[in-house]
Design a protein around this ligand. Structure first.
Ligand code: G4P
Length: 528
């Protein structure tokens, strides 16, 4: 096996999806703890606090107690290298989350054992399904009053229409939660609350009839376990790797992240079951991860991480090849060559210069605005990765300035944020007021705060008489011209110069669609 193939086979790039409060932060922290990437639980939060304290615009985030920015954490466990891509859980930031999911090969879905599938879990799951991202489920908070495991399993099965199979089976719940029986390895893993951060070793059993179980567990607990496992095995499909990797079946682990319980099993499960970097779709062909030449795409841009420098970090997912510091990559959108000398790898506690990186890894490339979401970089070949989407904004507002002299500055700020993917900006064909579109209301507040903090401009967002935005495409140039000529007052350009139709209400949208049946009104657009 070549070094490249070896590195590919050991990489696991994944994201955690969860409804807020299900325990994503706690689980992330524990994964890093077991991965040896951090010494103390609480470090993720502490790091977050420091970062927040440095950055003014994040005040909004702090006040609302939500995590706005996604980041990447690289750690090793059991001879595997994991890249955990964090996704913001708050629903107002789902667009960023959607794009983040284009950069991972699998996902862990965290569910609160008392609440089951919640709205945001379902939305994020649907995005994973669109791309056939395989999902491992972690039912968290088993140390609290939890719902019956059978009930949870059928809820997942029914609401998400996916096959479900338990990978472990909980013994009791709440105060009586004793541990889990590992169904894939036939072993018992008991919970040791006193051991704190040290994980207990599992006790190997020869199946459920092993008398060791009777020695280790109270009689009623063993009886229930035997009965429930027999039922579960009868009712649920057997675990099937292919079906999981195709996104049709999810194995379920039970645990309690706060007590470190079930976390190691989950990590082992990810290492053994989750797929290594998958082939990525580009125009014309699929790019295999063990191709020798470097290719990859930008899925996220974060601007102004340090307000004193207008620097930006482009988060670049490597799709193939062995990246070495200094490698010259072709930026497909501009055709220019880029010598990548100062890219960083995101370790859990720190960043370090990326000397080497392999497919599945995510590196941060500092730049001054040349790299945008959706951009492809290659070691020479002309290809573009597809599938990094822009979503039509669900809310549109007009932006107003207190000081009209600063209009140019405001435009620059809005363009920066649009390039970062934080919002979309539309320049109407007629009139001078720009419109800003976002997916969730909270983003307007974040934007206003950032415009003030990072550009020193006081701006307000006001209601606009616009209800929806749709990208326009039409294969027939004559029809396109007829459409543009008769809708000039409702047309705008986005920051890339793509044509957008702004409707006043549903009736207006439907009517225009009926009048121009050859014109397509698109809710999503691929970047570039
Ligand atoms: P999130 O990132 O998905 O929003 O969730 P987070 O990890 O912040 O967890 C939400 C709350 O649930 C936190 O409590 C956390 O301590 C608690 N929690 C997480 N995992 C478990 C678990 O396995 N068992 C129990 N009992 N609780 C769990 P909080 O009171 O909101 O915050 P904090 O004061 O503990 O930080």
């Amino acid at each position: 096996m070549s070094d490249l193939q070896d590195a590919v086979s050991r990489r696991r790039t994944f994201a955690i999806i969860a409804h807020p409060d299900a325990g994503k932060t706690t689980l992330t922290e524990k994964l890093l703890l077991f991965g040896g990437a951090i010494q103390l639980a609480g470090a993720v939060k502490a790091r977050g606090e420091q970062r927040r304290a440095r950055s003014d615009w994040m005040k909004v985030e702090r006040e609302r107690g939500i995590s706005v920015t996604a980041s990447v954490m690289n750690f090793d466990y059991d001879d595997r290298t994991f890249n955990l891509v964090d996704t913001p859980g708050h629903e107002d930031f789902s667009e960023d989350t959607y794009r983040t999911l284009t950069a991972v090969d699998s996902a862990v879905m965290v569910i609160d054992a008392a609440k089951g599938i919640e709205t945001q879990t379902r939305k994020l799951f649907e995005v994973c399904r669109l791309r056939d991202v395989p999902i491992i489920t972690f039912v968290n908070k088993m140390d609290r009053e939890a719902r019956d495991p059978f009930e949870l399993i059928s809820e997942i099965e029914e609401t998400l229409a996916i096959d479900v199979t338990p990978a472990s089976w909980p013994i009791g719940s709440g105060r009586d939660f004793l541990g889990c029986y590992d169904l894939l390895r036939d072993q018992l893993i008991l919970m040791d609350k006193r051991q704190g951060d040290v994980a207990s070793q599992g006790v190997k059993c020869e199946g459920l009839d092993d008398p060791k179980l009777d020695e280790l567990l109270p009689a009623h607990a063993v009886a229930t376990l035997r009965e429930e496992v027999e039922m579960a095995r009868g009712l649920c499909p057997e675990f099937d790797l292919e079906s999981y990797r195709a996104g049709h079946l999810t194995p379920v682990f039970f645990g309690s992240a706060i007590n470190n319980f079930g976390v190691q099993e989950l990590l082992k499960g990810l290492g053994e079951l989750a797929p290594p970097p998958r082939p990525q779709p580009a125009d014309g062909r699929m790019v295999e991860p063990d191709e020798p030449k470097v290719t990859g795409f930008v899925f996220k841009v974060q601007a102004n991480m340090d307000p004193n420098h207008r620097d930006r970090i482009a988060f670049f997912r490597l799709c193939s090849g062995h990246f070495r510091r200094g490698v010259k990559l072709k930026h497909m959108r501009s055709g220019k060559l880029l010598a990548v000398n100062n890219a960083v790898l995101f370790l859990a506690r720190d960043r370090e210069l990326a000397e080497d990186a392999w497919p599945g890894d995510i590196i941060g490339i500092p730049n001054h605005g040349s790299l945008r979401i959706g951009d492809t970089l290659t070691e020479g070949e002309d290809l573009r990765f597809t599938g990094v989407p822009s979503f039509a904004p669900e809310l549109l507002q007009r932006v107003r300035l207190d000081d009209p002299m600063r209009v140019k500055h405001l435009r620059k700020a809005l363009e920066h944020f649009a390039e970062e993917g934080a919002s979309q900006v539309f320049k109407p064909m007629l009139g001078s007021d720009w419109l800003v579109g976002v997916v969730g209301q909270l983003q307007f507040e974040v934007l206003a705060a950032r415009i003030e903090a990072e550009y020193g401009i006081a701006a307000r967002f006001e209601t606009a008489s616009v209800d929806a935005a749709r990208w326009i495409e039409c294969e027939d140039p004559v029809e396109m011209k007829r459409f543009v000529d008769s809708n000039r007052a409702n047309l705008a350009e986005d920051h890339d110069g793509a044509l957008v139709f702004l409707s006043r209400n549903t009736w207006h949208m439907n009517r225009t669609q009926e009048d121009f049946p050859k014109v397509q009104f698109l809710k999503t657009r691929e970047q570039n």
